[in-house]
Design a protein around this ligand. Structure first.
Ligand code: SF4
Length: 221
């Protein structure tokens, strides 16, 4: 999958996005545990609603693994109501903190785990799929893995860049085989893709003024 053409294109898009928006300095959270919580809450939800749910947890003094574990699921669901799918997400957060409890809620113990084993373990936790697992690995734990999301899968085909198959793993391999394996780059690049997907390359793209227009076969004035 690693080839000079894909590598050049992916790096060129990164440079253009960085020039356009500047560093995004993700993830917007105060602690790694807040990142983990946000990664679950953002599933099928706009970030503005996740912020409200996180704000409720903070205001109630419940934004910790122990607090989430100890509170009734119904109370947790009520606090995270703004994020949508609140009953399902309460169950997912409960599963995540139960799992974290097996490490004594100590994220530094996760840091010491073998990367592949840790990812497999995360994927075995109820409610944690590849995008959520990789968001946690990259943004909470600083591991070098590229996060694939709907913004990525919408933008790159428009730019004429896509993997052989439209699967999460194939998309991830495309980026990881063609970029330096650095957490800082993966962190910034994914954040820039999200920013661009929200501002310009929306479902109905706003091509006029788009900073990628010169490199985009799908440009439509
Ligand atoms: S030119 Fe249009 S389609 Fe291409 S990246 Fe920009 S917004 Fe998306």
């Amino acid at each position: 999958m690693g080839d000079a053409s894909s590598a050049e294109k992916l790096k060129a898009v990164y440079r253009l996005l960085l020039e356009c928006y500047g560093p995004q300095r993700w993830w917007p959270a105060e602690t790694p545990f807040e990142v983990m919580t946000g990664a679950v809450l953002t599933q099928s939800s706009a970030w503005v609603n996740v912020e409200k749910a996180i704000g409720n947890l903070k205001a109630a003094g419940k934004l910790s693994a122990a607090a989430l574990r100890d509170m009734p699921a119904a109370d947790l669901a009520a606090l995270i109501y703004p994020s949508g799918y609140y009953n399902a997400k309460a169950r997912k957060l409960k599963a995540m903190v139960e799992w974290l409890g097996t490490y004594g809620d100590d994220l530094s113990r996760l840091d010491r785990r073998d990367f592949e084993d840790l990812r497999e373990e995360l994927l075995g936790v109820h409610g944690i799929g590849p995008e959520t697992a990789d968001s946690i690995l990259l943004y909470a734990l600083g591991r070098p893995i590229f996060v694939i999301d709907a913004y990525t899968r919408r933008l790159y085909p428009r730019l004429g860049i896509k993997p052989d198959r439209d699967t999460y793993d194939a998309w991830q391999r495309l980026f990881m085989a063609n970029l330096p394996r650095e957490a800082a780059t993966f962190n910034e690049y994914h954040a820039l893709i999200v920013r661009h997907g929200k501002e310009s390359c929306r479902k109905k793209p706003r091509c006029r003024g788009c900073c990628l227009s010169g490199a985009c076969p799908a440009f439509s004035p």
